[in-house]
Design a protein around this ligand. Structure first.
Ligand code: DOR
Ligand code: ZN
Length: 338
């Protein structure tokens, strides 16, 4: 056994489904998945069936999340019609950013109207980032709006080579822009839909080999700042039908998949720590977690799915993959949670 100690890993993008869709996940099962995956702090998205777009809904979520066994923060949501809620929400310590949907996905928060988008950018007078679900041309538009209003933006789960290029150019111009990539876009291609069917359907969709190579280069160079899971649990039934729900669970596999990237020489261990701890903490101003750490046995491997999952979804697109390293211990503020 070669135990190595790491700081608790951070995932800035998860969908824990509570309240409203707890048949998929809840704060306890989602946090159990996080602990199994070595994640000690995560930021939950607002696209619940009743979205987190009012202070009242936010307070409800904060109360429900008390059952979690790891730390959780929240991104506030907007449909463009809750402008009066944005300033008070931005001042809450539990809120780490504002999530804005510019493409269709799970939930009812899509904003396509430029006048509404403009109102949101104008109202979010906060150094906390606006997180964008913006694919392709929408991402280009978001860079324009962010620049016009001087807002910090984080481009979620970028998946196309052209998006890496746009982020690179915006950074070169000094714009306050950051970006994240998901493990599934780094490791799976569109072809996976032929075998995994609905279990390989998510937003943004899996791409081409060229896109994937650009994501790896962007991650290695640090143009892509962070790895984020977009942990999006749905039941097997919801993924098996004619119209599969969008998304895949990811909390339990992110760290082992990144350890594989290090082992395969894709990125250095320093870049891994930067993308899974240092930069998420800095970008979202996440407080220190004192006396918190994760121990990984570098001699052991993780076989995905073996021994069951922490997540209620109970499946993974990486099922059966043998990945380097095994999370053995997770301690949060002196208390062992795994
Ligand atoms: O695949 C996805 N699933 N993409 C999203 O943007 C939302 C997520 C979900 O909440 O299911
Ligand atoms: Zn998401």
């Amino acid at each position: 056994m070669a135990l190595k100690r790491y700081p608790g890993f951070i995932d800035v993008h998860v969908h824990l489904r509570e309240p409203g869709a707890t048949h998929k996940e809840d704060f306890y099962t989602g946090s159990r998945a996080a602990a199994k995956g070595g994640v000690t702090m995560m930021l939950d998205m607002p696209n619940n069936p009743t979205p987190t777009i009012t202070i009242e809904r936010l307070d409800e979520k904060i109360a429900l999340a008390k059952k979690a066994i790891v730390d959780i923060g929240f991104h506030f949501g907007t449909n463009g019609k809750n402008i009066d809620q944005l300033l008070p929400a931005s001042k809450r310590k539990e809120v780490y950013g504002l999530k804005l949907y510019c493409n269709h996905t799970t939930g009812e928060m899509l904003i396509e109207d430029l006048a509404l988008l403009e109102k949101v950018y104008a109202a979010w007078e906060s150094p906390k980032p606006i997180l964008l679900h913006a694919e392709g041309i929408q991402l280009a538009g978001a860079i324009g709006l962010a620049t016009a209003y001087g807002r910090r933006v984080h481009m979620c789960h970028i998946s196309l080579a052209i998006e890496v290029e746009l982020v690179r150019r915006a950074k070169e111009k000094g714009f306050p822009i950051t970006a994240g990539v998901c493990p599934h876009h780094l490791y799976l291609l569109g072809e996976a839909r032929e075998t995994l069917r609905g279990f390989a359907i998510m937003k943004p969709p899996l791409g081409t080999k060229e896109d994937q190579e650009a994501l790896w280069v962007g991650l290695k160079d640090g143009i892509i700042d962070v790895v984020e899971t977009d942990h999006a649990p749905h039941t097997r039934e919801e993924k098996s039908g004619e119209k599969p729900a969008f998304g895949v669970p990811g909390l339990e596999t992110m760290v082992p998949l990144m350890m594989k990237a290090v082992k395969d020489g894709r990125i250095t261990e320093e870049r891994m720590m930067d993308a899974l701890y240092t930069r998420p903490k800095k970008i979202f101003n996440i407080p220190d977690q004192p006396d918190t750490y994760v121990e990984i046995d570098l001699d052991a491997t993780t076989k995905v799915g073996e021994g069951g999952y922490g997540s209620k979804a109970d499946w993974s697109p990486f099922e059966g993959w043998e990945l380097p390293g095994k999370v053995m211990t997770v301690v949060i503020r002196g208390k062992r949670v795994l």
